[in-house]
Write a protein that binds this ligand. Structure first.
Ligand code: FEO
Length: 398
């Protein structure tokens, strides 16, 4: 059986991108990414759900022809307009001039704005339905801000299949198989947390609103726009998105983020990590903020309950690589973390105050008084760091 066949009515027509090095020109793609697109065939009509990046338009059209030959798809349903999914719209319209573009009012305004396409469209509202025949009925649910304001989801009623857009997606290109039951999915879960924390992390409240809209809807197959089609592990995937969007950590580990120009602050970060390990914390990730990519730091911050941040003062304010991380945390409104702050300086301490204002702005819970030191930490200050990290560990292990 072809791996692209998801059911009698649904075929995968997406593509893998192992060429783009940074998603949204920011987030590294060490394992690539897939742009998932689906073809739904009913007794009377055929619909494409979601699209692909512009440069993959021809491949998507080849996939469509492999499945339906010279038949023309009737509808292009757009759940999300970010160009990783909408880039091929103009080429699809050129290949299929009569295809009707289906989206809500905001979607259709963006189709015109991005691509200058305004004709042969069908505007849908929350709860509207579209029939492709007696055997395939689709229902649309508006889910704004998951991840843009126009986002919606499409539910195939008879097969209890949800086309969820970016929700429940992850980084990582597909390796042959499409459906989770046909592959080892372990590689995708870390990339799901990194995808969520980088891309969707700011919109937890809206993810929660979307999840609540489907509380009483049976879903047997989850077709996202990135990563595997989920069947066997739907509850695990939904559970991860549920917890992440509530800003609940996935474990009691600790992320240690530090900036250090000459090693003095690094020594305090290393000391804290050692003390955490000695106190029994097993999930510890240490990042030099000048070297680690932001997406990997954010991913660990979303995963772990504990957070240690150590940074010097620089130009009378917070060391810029650490400030960048703190701004990313604040932008995403990360909450419910137990935090230990360590600030250093050579002559005027500004790092602690600056870090504290970020932490207060996000409502994190500090486990201990911040530690401040000048130049190189003394033996007393190193012990203070050990004690504070030990107190943080004790709190996390309660
Ligand atoms: Fe995969 Fe928000 O686009």
């Amino acid at each position: 059986m072809k791996v692209s066949r998801i059911s009698d009515h649904i075929h995968y027509i997406g593509v893998n991108d192992r060429t783009t090095s940074r998603f949204e020109a920011m987030w590294p793609l060490p394992y690539g990414v897939s742009y998932n697109s689906y073809l739904i065939t009913g007794a009377d009509k055929t619909a494409i759900v979601d699209g692909v990046e512009a440069c993959y338009a021809l491949r998507q059209i080849e996939h469509i022809r492999d499945i339906i030959g010279d038949r023309k798809p009737d509808y292009l349903i757009i759940n999300h307009m970010e160009p990783d999914h909408s880039g091929a719209i103009k080429m699809l319209r050129d290949a299929y001039p009569d295809i009707v573009i289906v989206g809500n009012a905001q979607t259709l305004a963006m189709v015109n704005g991005f691509y200058g396409v305004a004709d042969k469209t069908l505007a849908v509202k929350d709860g509207d339905t579209l029939s492709l025949g007696a055997d395939v009925n689709l229902r649309f649910t508006l889910t704004p801000m998951v991840h843009w304001p126009e986002t919606m989801m499409t539910y195939f009623v008879e097969e209890e299949t949800l086309f969820s857009g970016d929700a429940f997606g992850c980084f990582g290109a597909l390796a042959g198989a499409v459906v989770d039951s046909d592959m080892d999915t372990s590689r995708y879960f870390p990339e799901m947390v990194r995808y969520y924390s980088s891309i969707v992390g700011k919109y937890g409240l809206f993810v929660q609103k979307a999840l609540r809209k489907f509380d009483n809807v049976a879903v047997r197959t989850l077709c996202t726009t990135h990563g595997p089609v989920w069947r066997d592990r739907i509850s695990e995937v939904v559970g991860i998105y549920d917890r992440l969007s509530l800003y609940e950590p996935l474990d009691n580990g600790v992320t240690v983020i530090y900036g250090s120009m000459y090693g003095n602050t690094e020594l305090m970060a290393e000391t804290a990590a050692e003390a955490l390990a000695e106190a029994g914390i097993r999930e510890i990730d240490v990042h030099n903020a000048s070297v680690s990519d932001l997406s990997f730091m954010l991913s660990d911050i979303f995963r772990h309950r504990g957070l240690v941040i150590a940074a010097p003062t620089y130009s009378d304010t917070l060391f810029p690589p650490v400030r960048n991380v703190m701004e990313a945390i604040a932008t995403r409104g990360v909450k419910n973390r137990d935090v230990l702050l360590i600030g250093s300086c050579t002559w005027g301490q500004k790092a602690v105050g600056a870090m504290n204002s970020y932490i207060e702005s996000i409502g994190a819970v500090s486990a201990a008084e911040p530690i401040a030191f000048k130049q190189a930490a003394t033996a007393v200050q190193l012990q203070q760091c050990r004690d504070a990290a030990g107190a943080l560990a004790a709190k996390l292990l309660q």
